[in-house]
Write a protein that binds this ligand. Structure first.
Ligand code: HGY
Ligand code: MN
Ligand code: MN
Length: 397
């Protein structure tokens, strides 16, 4: 709740976009809290923050607890934040109880998980996992043309360490489900087995600006009318592959955006997701077919800017979460994540698992997002237990 004051919106949510002064403020808060509990804090050259609590065996790579502190422009107080702060709480409990783990424990704040300001999402955990080059990430621009690298330097969080040159023994992430399943089944813990596939596209439609009053309908090249047909087509493609497919047009810019000018150009984004990459491939093909059919005499460009394959988490990590929920007597169920998470990329380079807790009405990416204190506490307890379970297995060799 203290961090929720950094970027608070009037509707009780958060607007704390990545690499802004507000992000810098919550980062400084987080670093100070970790140092206060005796951690050493380092940065890599994507601005990822690593707060390390040493273990007995320095030869063992750390067990990481990661998530993100950046939010959507109309985000909630829990998305990403509970994963980082539960990690801080784990550090505090280990310190207060005088527990020394075999492997070091590291809490990580991954830069730009949301992908709202700089697309794609999970950009920095993606560089860490080798999915993107650092230079490609540095060259990403926000909608006002600011480059990622410049924004990172502006807040002073570009570290020396090369992003990715940082072995991990395991990575766990606590997160709200951001969907309705756990709440509907009165489950407190989601044992996350993996993350669905997701692809992002950027579409530009060029028509011709004209006078809203004097241009006959038959002579128009109305880019927004064409875009509207394509938006409807995305929903139809998702419906065709129900119940697991989702399709979203979230960002749209119409130019010149004047009430009495026929729109000459429209830029919009497409987000397609499905648990099965082969279905996602079909959805992409159907999207191109639908757009070609809808464009008429408009010129169309479609660029795929992100292709994040479905991922399955590590069986030992999944089991550590399952055993922990059982030991704590918490109602749980296995679940595949509909939302993307940094863990989806980290799973490519380290054994990874996730823990979900319910959020009210399954609502997220919404200022009304909320989670119950007891559920978040239960998730943090499972996180601590899973980390200790993994540590025991590591030291058993
Ligand atoms: O897009 C996602 O699923 C995540 O919230 N960034
Ligand atoms: Mn998140
Ligand atoms: Mn999010």
């Amino acid at each position: 709740m203290e961090t929720a004051s950094i970027g608070a919106t009037s509707k009780g949510g958060l607007c704390r976009l990545t690499l802004t002064d507000l992000d810098a403020k919550v980062r400084a808060w987080f670093v100070a809290q970790c140092e206060a509990v005796g951690c050493t804090v380092t940065l890599d050259d994507m601005g990822n923050i690593f707060a390390r609590r040493p273990g007995r065996d320095p030869a063992l790579p750390p067990i990481a607890i990661g998530s993100h502190l950046d939010t959507q422009p109309t985000g909630g107080k829990f998305d990403g934040v509970i994963g980082v702060l539960a990690g801080l709480e784990v550090l505090r409990v280990l310190e207060e109880s005088g527990t020394r783990t075999e492997a070091a424990i590291e809490v990580i704040d991954w830069t730009n998980e949301e992908g709202s300001r700089f697309a794609p999402a999970m950009l920095s955990s993606g560089v860490f996992a080798g999915a993107f080059t650092r230079q490609w990430a540095y060259d990403r621009t926000d909608r006002s043309g600011v480059r990622f690298e410049a924004a990172l330097d502006a807040i002073g969080y570009r570290g020396e360490q090369a992003c990715g040159a940082h072995p991990l023994s395991a990575h766990f992430e606590l997160h709200i489900e951001q969907g309705p399943i756990l709440e509907a089944e009165d489950a407190v813990i989601g044992i996350v087995t993996g993350v669905q596939g997701m692809r992002w596209y950027e579409v530009t439609l060029d028509g011709r600006e004209g006078h809203a009053g004097a241009t006959p309908m038959r002579l128009r090249q109305d880019a927004l009318l064409g875009a509207s047909r394509m938006v409807v087509a995305i929903a139809a493609i998702a419906a065709r592959h129900a119940p697991d497919a989702v399709g979203t047009v979230g960002l749209i810019e119409s130019r010149p955006n004047s009430r009495n000018v026929v729109p000459g150009q429209v830029f919009f984004t497409v987000d397609l997701r499905h648990p099965d990459d082969s279905v996602l491939e079909t959805m992409e093909r159907e999207m191109h077919e639908a757009f070609d059919a809808a464009k008429g005499d408009l010129s169309l460009s479609v660029e795929r800017v992100w292709n994040n394959q479905a991922v399955s988490f590590d069986p030992a990590c999944i089991d550590a979460v399952r055993v922990s929920a059982g030991r704590l007597g918490l109602a749980s169920r296995e679940i595949v994540s509909g939302a993307g998470h940094d863990s989806a990329y980290v799973a490519r380079v380290a054994p990874t698992g996730m823990i979900f807790v319910p959020c009210a009405g399954g609502l997220s990416h919404n200022e009304a997002e909320s989670a119950e204190r007891d559920h978040v506490a239960a998730g943090a307890a499972v996180l601590l237990s899973a980390v200790l379970e993994m540590d025991r297995r590591l030291s058993a060799g």
